[in-house]
Design a protein around this ligand. Structure first.
Ligand SMILES: NC(=O)c1ccc[n+]([C@@H]2O[C@H](COP(=O)([O-])OP(=O)(O)OC[C@H]3O[C@@H](n4cnc5c(N)ncnc54)[C@H](O)[C@@H]3O)[C@@H](O)[C@H]2O)c1
Length: 448
């Protein structure tokens, strides 16, 4: 069995299927096609499948031109039909793993995708879960569904592994082609086969002994970021009170060539990973009478940052004799990080909701996010679709406060300072810039 899939991998005749063609699945499918494998994306959203079959990318890191030749050759295509899995040799699962409003893991997408694979599973196939999730998911959730519905046994009949995705949207240096991969299979054979395939993508592959070790590796990486961001957020709040500019401190600490990594304070954490993944681990840890206090503390600190941004806005307005209620606030940047267009779990949403709850009139500008859906949570039960306004000098001058949540490089901050009355800068985007506006920077002395 292993010989045949190994041979197909070596000869690049294995057919790859990728379930979920989003930020993770589409670049993976492209990397597989580029490595010479016939690849099919299985996607519930028919519009995405259609776009891909027309070589139209909907992901910033993938250019249309990169898709064209593979789509034309027929080596890369997408479908909404799970039956394609019957011919696949290797199946990747790249579906979302969000959390519920109470921050409990929501594995419904993984369960649906696995239930789509199970009745079509063949002996000798390799199934690799890539969605970020808590240790135990591959063995406790995916394996039983696959075995019960197919009648096959994972240890004997097919290969099962977990390999986390490390893609960093917008990162020009590290991509699917050079970022090392980690993989852990249910059996040594599964690890070896999955690693052999992943090596065909070009990046180094690090093998671990089990799916659980690979699952926990991903959560360690993201928890490390969450905890360190929380640390600098806490320090920035302290520096504000001490009348010290934390950004200057950070620049100074960065000169140490060893033993220090710079993390930036800001309005909170966002995206599909840092705000969510640690909660997956926290939830699972409780099953073992274990309380991950670092994670709780980091979450508490990071989730308090949007409230602090609103406090800074209130402070700035009150200095001008204005209340927040009725004030016009222009939010700059709603993507979860600079220079990308993904607004998922961005701290901008909570900032906007809190401002609205306090009676402010909020508009936003983001060059990468033309429309922004907010609400559907405890803060704003009804949903709302906001539209980005043009960043004109009139829009800047009309705002009682301009708050920079995400510091996209495409925005001219000198111009913002020239035309705005009051700027609350939560991410140091205006560093080194001067203008007529009164500026309050998060992490810098407020009463200077
Ligand atoms: N985006 C990132 O930067 C990133 C980085 C590392 C890991 N991850 C992890 O990768 C996983 C996927 O994240 P993403 O950002 O690609 O999500 P995404 O929302 O961009 O893409 C997921 C895709 O899966 C599709 N889908 C949902 N259910 C499906 C089903 N049953 N069958 C087929 N398609 C289905 C959705 O329509 C969507 O297109 C998550 O677990 C996430 O935590 C994401």
């Amino acid at each position: 069995m292993s010989v045949s899939l190994s041979e197909k991998i070596t000869h690049r005749t294995a057919h790859v299927a990728v379930i979920g063609m989003g930020y993770v699945g589409l670049p993976l499918a492209l990397a597989c096609a580029r490595a010479g494998f016939r690849t099919t994306g299985v996607e519930v959203d028919a519009r995405k499948a259609e776009a891909l079959n027309a070589a139209r990318s909907y992901i910033e890191d993938v250019e249309d031109a990169e898709l064209t030749s593979f789509v034309e050759q027929g080596t890369l295509r997408a479908t909404t039909d799970y039956d394609v899995l019957r011919e696949a040799d290797i199946v990747f699962i790249c579906v979302p793993t969000p959390y519920t409003v109470q921050r409990a893991p929501d594995l419904s997408y993984i369960v649906q995708a696995t239930e789509g694979i199970a009745p079509r599973l063949r002996a000798g196939q390799l199934v690799v879960l890539q969605s970020t999730t808590y240790p135990g998911t591959t063995v406790e959730v995916v394996q039983p569904i696959l075995e019960e519905q197919s009648g096959l046994r994972a240890a004997e009949d097919f290969y099962l592994a977990f390999s986390p995705e490390r893609i960093d949207p917008g990162n020009q240096q590290w991509s699917a082609y050079n970022t090392p991969k980690v993989v852990g299979g249910l059996t040594p054979e599964a690890t070896a086969v999955a690693a052999a395939f992943l090596r065909q993508m070009g990046a180094p592959v690090h093998e671990v002994a089990s799916p659980g070790a690979a699952e926990l590796t991903k959560l360690l990486e993201n928890t490390f970021r969450a905890v360190n961001i929380a640390l600098v957020n806490e320090m920035a709040l302290l520096a504000e009170r001490m009348g010290i500019d934390f950004w200057e401190v950070l620049d100074a600490a960065k000169t140490k060539p060893f033993g220090f990594m710079p993390f930036r304070p800001g309005p909170g954490v966002g995206g599909h990973c840092i705000p969510i993944d640690p909660y997956y681990l926290l939830w699972k840890a409780r099953e073992y009478d274990f309380y991950t206090r670092f994670i709780e503390l980091a979450a508490e600190t990071n989730e308090a940052m949007p409230y602090h941004v609103v406090d800074l806005i209130i402070e700035g307005l009150s200095r001008q004799g204005k209340p927040l209620a009725g004030a016009q606030v222009l939010v700059l940047g709603v993507a979860f990080k600079p220079d990308i267009g993904d607004p998922r779990n961005s701290p901008a949403e909570r900032v906007i909701e809190l401002l609205q709850l306090r009676g402010a009139e909020v508009r936003y500008h983001d060059p990468y996010v033309p429309r922004y859906r907010i609400g559907g949570d405890a803060f704003r039960p009804e949903r709302d679709l906001l539209e980005s306004v043009a960043l004109t000098k009139e829009a800047l001058a009309a705002a009682d406060a301009v708050v920079i949540v995400t510091g996209h490089r495409a925005v001219d901050y000198a111009d913002v300072l020239r035309h705005a009355l009051l700027v609350i800068d939560s991410c140091n985007a205006t560093a080194g810039q001067t203008g007529g506006a009164s500026v309050i920077r998060l992490g810098a002395p407020v009463r200077s």
